[in-house]
Each structure stands twice: as C-alpha cells, then as structure tokens.
Design a protein around this ligand. Structure first.
Ligand code: ATP
Length: 220
C-alpha cells in the first residue's frame, strides 16, 4: 500500500485541501490518504480558532464518500503539541512489509522543516510530497530549507527528485492553483459573508450550526 499522510490545522478544511489531496493521490498512485488534524499545531504558536473536535468533525464530513480518503485521530488523541515526528513514527510502526509512507505538505510549510522537532529522523521514515502553493513560482522543494536539511539529500537527475541516503525521496508536484485559505474562510464568516463554494456544503452547514468563527478574532 502507498499511504499518504496529510497533516494540517484544517481550521476549517476547504476545497484547496481536498483538491490538493485528489491530485497528489492520482499522480503518485496513493491507495489511501489520511487527513490528520493537529491537536495543537507547533508552527501556529498553538493557536487554533475552532476546537479540535469541531475541526475533526469537519474533516470527517468533507472526506465522507471518498473511499481513498480517511481521517486519522492520532494527533488529536495524543493531545498536546502535535509534532510530525511522533505521528510519522506511529504510522511507521504500524506499516506492513511493502507499505510506503508519503507525507504531503505545502511548499511554504516544508521550507520550515529544518526547525521541526527531530527533523533529520523524519526522512528515513517516509517520503515527502511537496506541493506548490497558489501564486508561488518556486519549484525546488529544498530551496530555502537551510544547509542542515540540504546536506541530507542528493539530486537524482534521472528521476528529477531528491534522494535521501536511506532511499526515501522528496517529490515536488505542481497543483492546480486554488487560492483558498482557511484564514480567508474564517474572515468571511466573521464578516457574515458567504463561504459557499469555498468549503463543502456539509462543512458550511456545520460551521453555521455550531456558530464557529463568528468571534472577534475568528474564534467560536
Ligand atoms: P491558514 O489560512 O489558517 O494558515 P491553510 O488554509 O493554509 O490555513 P492548513 O490547515 O494550515 O490550511 O494547511 C494544511 C496543508 O494544506 C499545508 O501543507 C498547506 O500548505 C496546504 N494547503 C492549504 N491551503 C491550500 C491550497 N489552497 N492549495 C493547496 N494546498 C493548500
């Protein structure tokens, strides 16, 4: 099995996330993609607007009906700050012979990987699929990551990707630009404006029923 791990705050999940997973899944022949909502995202200084259980429920609603997509509660169940190393170790421990893990991440987030907890230990455990971000022309996933990360990889000119000495790879994929962000969705809700066609209708309904993102800073 080729297993995709798609972590994020998903505050809330939107069509940009879903389309991204769809394109990555098709291009890399992934059998399953797990959306993994963070309990407390380290890079956002612990700030989320909606509580973890609401973000999780919205992800569940959004992926329902797609057999390739699944939801993992590892980070929310673990509680505390969600470090990718802990999550990837959990998946790596459960994987069967012949399984391969692919961590899906936006180029902007990947650029910060050198500051992640135990980052060098991530690379032997899984491959990385780095996705383009709307409006950005950057195509080299390692640019801007720093020497500590770059020195761990060599470029494979034949396959046009980066290879780690353990055999795992960093791939890059150019996605259809869908310039939606969760912050924009929250801002629209706060201003009592429509979020139709930015998020699945089930998520739109959930936000309304639960009264999410209506507070002064986009909180509940
Ligand atoms: P915020 O606006 O609150 O920062 P966000 O919309 O970027 O949130 P996250 O949950 O932080 O959403 O993102 C999870 C992952 O999805 C990240 O790897 C991010 O790069 C990627 N991502 C987010 N929005 C898009 C989009 N419109 N197209 C492609 N990838 C996206």
């Amino acid at each position: 099995m080729r297993i995709g791990l798609f972590g994020g705050t998903f505050d809330p999940i939107h069509w940009g996330h879903l389309r991204s997973a769809e394109e990555v899944g098709g291009t890399f022949g992934l059998d399953r993609i797990f959306f993994i909502p963070a309990a407390i995202p380290p890079h956002k200084r612990g700030q989320t607007a909606a509580p973890a259980r609401d973000r999780l429920q919205m992800v569940r609603l959004a992926v329902a009906g797609n057999p390739r997509f699944g939801v993992s509660t590892v980070e929310i169940s673990r509680q505390g700050v969600s470090y990718s190393i802990d999550t990837i170790r959990e998946f790596a421990a459960k994987k069967r012979r012949g399984d391969a893990l692919f961590f899906i991440i936006g180029l902007d987030a990947f650029r910060e990987i050198g500051s992640w907890k135990n980052f060098a230990e991530l690379f032997p455990l899984c491959n990385f699929i780095v996705t383009s971000r709307p409006g950005s022309k950057e195509r080299d996933p390692l640019r801007g990551t720093g020497v500590a990360v770059k020195k761990l990889f060599c470029y494979d000119f034949k396959q046009k990707n980066y290879r780690h000495r353990s055999g795992t790879r960093i791939y890059f994929i150019e996605l259809t630009d869908i310039a939606i962000s969760a912050s924009e969705v929250r801002e629209l809700v706060r201003k009592r404006k429509s979020i139709r066609y930015l998020v699945p209708s089930s998520v739109e309904k959930y936000i309304k029923t639960r009264g999410l993102y209506r507070g002064p800073r986009g909180e509940r």
